[in-house]
Design a protein around this ligand. Structure first.
Ligand code: ASC
Length: 155
């Protein structure tokens, strides 16, 4: 089952690999695009929160939370390439997204892919009941968030 899940994730990544920068045509479209991608990131944050607390030892180990939340992050990660293909650089709107996302799309998409793979790894650790590894797998997932933020998020 785990192998099948990973295979489907890989297929989704390959299928979406053709997404290219697509400049939005109006401020209205730019605003909508920004809202949609912020919604994705907020949901990633919402699902990462409890796992981060678990990795820090603030709340107890819970494999069900790890499974559900990392499945959601996997799915959200698979959406990123498409939702960030809308290039909003031409409009001066408030966004945390740096302009270099659209000059480094291949790298940006690769970083989203890394998050997807790390989220799948959390599922594997959770489903195998590998309690020794849970903090490490969550930490690795958090590191993929940071890797992208370091290059592509303002501040
Ligand atoms: C989180 C969160 C992030 C990442 C990042 C990892 O829980 O909201 O943006 O992890 O802090 O370094």
């Amino acid at each position: 089952m785990k192998k099948i899940i990973s295979f489907i994730a890989l297929l989704s990544i390959v299928a979406s690999a053709s997404a290219i920068a697509n400049p939005v045509e109006s401020e209205k479209q730019a605003k909508a695009a920004i809202q949609f991608r912020q919604a994705i990131l907020q949901l990633v944050r919402s699902n990462m929160g409890p796992m981060g607390a678990m990795a820090k030892g603030d709340i107890p180990y819970d494999s069900e939370v790890m499974m559900v939340n990392s499945q959601r992050i996997e799915q959200l990660g698979l959406m990123m390439e498409d939702y960030f293909a809308a290039d909003t650089r031409a409009f001066d709107l408030e966004t945390g997204a740096k302009d270099n996302i659209w000059t480094n799309q291949e790298d940006f998409n690769k970083k989203a892919e890394n998050m997807v793979m790390a989220a799948i790894q959390v599922q594997e650790v959770a489903s195998a009941g590998m309690t020794d590894d849970y903090r490490k797998s969550i930490g690795a997932l958090g590191a993929t968030c940071k890797a992208c933020h370091d290059d592509y998020k303002k501040d």
